[in-house]
Ligand binder design. Structure first.
Ligand code: PEP
Ligand code: MG
Length: 318
């Protein structure tokens, strides 16, 4: 990026019609946040806490986690959202000290919040570390791979127990929208959370029934497939009925081409890779929400990702 692009990067991203879209970044380790301000990230939309748990012989302690979360938070302003996602392992991301019994279909097995609910001692350590860090910054907590309301209510109950025991203030709670059940029942889930964040990597995998890492099929796992976009639209509709805001933190949020359709579907926040932030902000500044809404309605009527791409390219050129 040249100097001019970086200068503009620090300005907020406002559409032509004046709507501010929060543009934040995904973080996968503490070093990632060093240049966050320079790239214009207005906070962290997804802190993948897995890095603290990988390549070790035992789980990180509460203090180790507290320190890491505090370091990430310190790179941002007091009012900027820092969304910490609780441990998301299983399937593609195994841990040596947390053996998961061999499964025929790991992506349909012990993953994300299911692992935490099955290992509550370890989960509570993470909840306490996050709650303690919440005194230092605008920390939000987010649960991954939630599929049923029962998962969510159990996780919330454990969080509340730890919060009361620590005597700290409540913090905003969110869930990843990564499976069709949550998109379909968005209105019911939204009643219980402050925000959603759409994980299009998994939402695409589970909507299209294509393994996201499959050597031959993964290229067909296209988040621009209109079925995936319809899921996002449904999630936003349900969420907004309860004043629950919706971000997107999957790979699609790092693609400037996708910005108009995401805004047209009513998405409130975009969380991409740090290097994508200036380009995403630039794409937001080119948009007019009413036009994006009309485009999104058109897109939801076509039948393939290729047609969606054509419409997005035509929109970009006009
Ligand atoms: C996703 O599934 O889109 C997501 C952001 O989570 P992860 O890539 O860490 O599974
Ligand atoms: Mg995911």
């Amino acid at each position: 990026l040249d100097e001019a692009a970086l200068m503009v990067a620090t300005e907020p991203a406002k559409t032509q019609c004046g709507k501010h879209i929060e543009v934040v970044c995904n973080v996968g380790n503490v070093a990632d946040v060093e240049n966050a301000g320079q790239f214009g990230a207005e906070g962290v939309g997804l802190l993948r806490s897995e890095f603290l748990f990988m390549q070790r012989t035992q789980a990180p302690t509460e203090d180790e986690q507290f320190e890491a979360y505090s370091k990430v938070a310190a790179a941002f302003g007091k009012n900027q959202n820092i969304i910490i996602r609780t441990l998301d392992v299983g399937g593609d991301k195994p841990l040596a000290y947390l053996p998961i019994a061999k499964e025929e279909n790991p992506f349909l097995g012990m993953r994300g919040i299911r692992v935490s609910l099955a290992n509550q001692v370890m989960f509570r350590v993470q909840l306490r570390a996050i709650l303690r860090a919440s005194g230092l910054a605008n920390i939000h907590i987010m649960f991954p791979m939630v599929t049923t309301l029962d998962d969510l209510l159990q996780a919330k109950a454990l969080l509340e127990e730890e919060r009361v025991a620590l005597g700290v203030k409540p913090i905003p709670i969110g869930i990843m929208v990564e499976v069709p059940s949550v998109a379909m029942l968005a209105e019911q889930f939204a009643e219980h959370v402050d925000f959603f964040s759409v994980g299009t990597n998994d939402l695409t995998q589970y909507t299209l029934a294509i393994d996201r890492g499959h050597p031959e099929l993964a290229k067909s796992a296209d988040p621009l497939n209109p079925a995936v976009l319809a899921m996002i639209g449904r999630a936003v509709e349900g969420a907004h009925k309860h004043n629950t805001w919706v971000g997107v933190c999957g790979g699609i949020a790092s693609d400037p081409l996708a910005v108009p359709v995401l805004l047209g579907l009513g998405v409130d926040e975009l969380s991409g890779s740090l290097s994508s932030v200036p380009r995403i902000k630039a794409a937001v500044r080119d948009q007019n929400i009413a036009e994006c809404e009309a485009l999104a309605q058109k897109i939801l009527r076509v039948g393939s990702a290729a047609q969606v791409r054509e419409l997005l390219l035509a929109h970009k050129q006009h």
